[in-house]
Every structure is written in C-alpha cells, then in structure tokens.
Design a protein around this ligand. Structure first.
Ligand code: SME
Length: 154
C-alpha cells in the first residue's frame, strides 16, 4: 500500500468510535499484516507510578516480557532516553531482552503526551537490518496519533 494510504488507514483506525483497546489492537494487526518485515508489533505503556513498562495490545507471538523495568532492554532504554531506538542487529546490543532466537532486529519509538514519555510502539523483525527511515517516520506518525487517545491505559 502506498505511504499516504497507509497513514490514512492508521488515522481511520484510531479515530473511529471503537474503544482505545480495540483501536490499538487494530493498529498492531494492520502494521503486522502490511509490512512483511514487521513480525511482532506491540504497545508498552508506563505502568502507573512505577518505573516500568507494561505490555498492552500486540500482534504476533505472545511474549513473557509483559513488564519491563525502565533502563532494561531496548524498550526500557527508550523509556529513559525518550528517543527512537533502531537496532538493525540485536546481537550487537548488550542491553537487550530477547523475545526469541528468530528476532534479528527491533525498532522502538516513544509516545509523548504533554511532553511526557508515556509509552512506546515496539516492532520486532525476523530480518536483519530491515528498517528504513520511512518506517521510522511512519511509526512516529502512529505514535503522534496514538498520543491523542485517552492514555495511558495502565
Ligand atoms: N526486545 C525487547 C523486549 C520486548 S520484546 O521485543 C516484545 C527489549 O529488548 O526491550
């Protein structure tokens, strides 16, 4: 699908009359289906007042990493750096939490509400170095639209 149509689709999935849960699940499903190099797509949000992330909606294989302390793994690092983290080869990262040997790369983009880092979208890929700057820009768009929802969920 062409880039603008993808954005339109995401916008429509996030602005319909469904609940926040259903919207986020629909975005996970759509992104995973649309991009062959997106093998797992999920949202983590800050878990209340705790310095940890809690898994929310996702598409792909269930993971045991439903809670991730700030600072741990790629996700936990983004919770404190407030910056996108593109890992084209997970074997090069020491501070990495593996969700399976088939995962070769990962991208995490933070979600900001009122300048606060409230969560993130996390994508795992079974391919090495698949992520483009276009992917990153699209995920920033997703996060910007998700930030307009009634978050955080936890
Ligand atoms: N690999 C992540 C953990 C979450 S899973 O990818 C679903 C990390 O290092 O934070």
């Amino acid at each position: 699908m062409e880039e603008n149509r993808i954005k339109d689709k995401i916008y429509s999935l996030l602005t319909n009359d469904e609940s926040v849960d259903i919207k986020l699940q629909a975005v996970c499903n759509f992104l995973k289906d649309e991009f062959t190099h997106f093998d797992w797509v999920g949202f983590y949000f800050k878990n209340g007042d705790l310095n940890e992330l809690k898994l929310s909606q996702f598409a792909g294989k269930p993971t045991e990493h439903t809670i991730i302390p700030f600072g741990k793994g790629i996700c936990g690092q983004v919770a404190i750096s407030h910056k996108n983290f593109v890992v084209q080869d997970v074997t090069e990262q020491d501070n990495y939490i593996s969700c399976g040997i088939d995962v070769k790369s990962e991208i995490v983009v933070p979600i900001f509400q009122n300048n606060k880092n409230v969560g993130q979208i996390d994508i795992d890929s079974h391919q090495k170095a698949p992520f483009t700057s276009q992917d990153e820009a699209l995920l920033e768009y997703v996060c910007k639209e998700v930030a307009k929802l009634d978050l955080p969920l936890n």
